[in-house]
Design a protein around this ligand. Structure first.
Ligand code: ADP
Ligand code: 5GP
Length: 185
């Protein structure tokens, strides 16, 4: 039997429910380790520095890039996001599973640098439901929603680049499927 891939990338359009699914999974299995990205985006209400993201300014992000501290990074809807390399390397060195929740551009970079990674795409049940979820979250202005929906069309068109697609109809079911892919339960 071959070993399970130890690095898993979860991608999917903004508003599809990535954070919700991962939060549900980690409530049941707190040992599932999720990389905390750096971003230049401003925190949403309730988001805390070092928990959902490391919130940094442009200058700090420039330094992370210049020092080679990011495993991958991308511009998404006007902000920069990147995965701190060291924490991921440390976990993988210990043989522990690693989960990255990143966008399509980041997923492509990881596939390039770590071909053994497994790429999981989270898809919405329908386009209309995606629009409802993104708007219903109530965290972005209409301009930003439109920008994210434009990105969503590109992300949905790239689904075939991923190893597996999970459709987020039920949070509980998708969380269980993701846990199985991670080899946790
Ligand atoms: P993402 O992290 O992919 O941008 P979120 O996890 O923030 O998306 O989810 C966007 C919105 O959709 C949230 O309001 C969330 O409560 C809702 N949501 C997530 N999954 C489901 C689901 N399976 N059914 C209905 N609503 C969902
Ligand atoms: P949000 O602003 O909604 O938290 O995230 C916007 C998008 O950025 C999502 O698709 C999310 O997966 C992605 N993202 C979050 N962190 C990273 C990262 O470190 N790298 C890349 N490439 N994308 C990220």
């Amino acid at each position: 039997m071959s070993e399970r891939p130890r690095l898993t990338v979860l991608s999917g359009p903004s508003g599809v429910g990535k954070s919700t699914v991962v939060a549900h999974m980690r409530k049941q299995f707190p040992e599932v380790w999720l990389s905390v990205s750096a971003t230049t985006r401003h925190p949403r209400p309730g988001e805390r520095d070092g928990v959902q993201y490391h919130f940094v300014d442009n200058e700090q992000f420039d330094k992370l890039v210049a020092n080679g501290e990011l495993l991958e990074w991308a511009v998404f809807a006007g902000n920069r996001y990147g995965t701190p390399r060291q924490a991921v390397v440390d976990k993988l060195d210990k043989g522990e599973p690693v989960l990255l929740e990143i966008d399509l551009q980041g997923a492509r970079q990881v596939k390039e640098s770590m071909p053994e990674a497994q790429l999981v795409f989270l898809a919405p049940p329908s386009w209309d439901e995606l629009v409802r979820r993104l708007a219903g979250r109530g965290t972005e202005s209409q301009d930003v929603i439109d920008e994210r929906l434009a990105a969503a069309r590109i992300e949905l068109a790239a689904e075939a680049e991923f190893d597996t697609t999970l459709v987020n109809t039920s949070v509980e079911q998708v969380a269980a499927e993701l846990l199985a892919l991670l080899g946790v339960a």
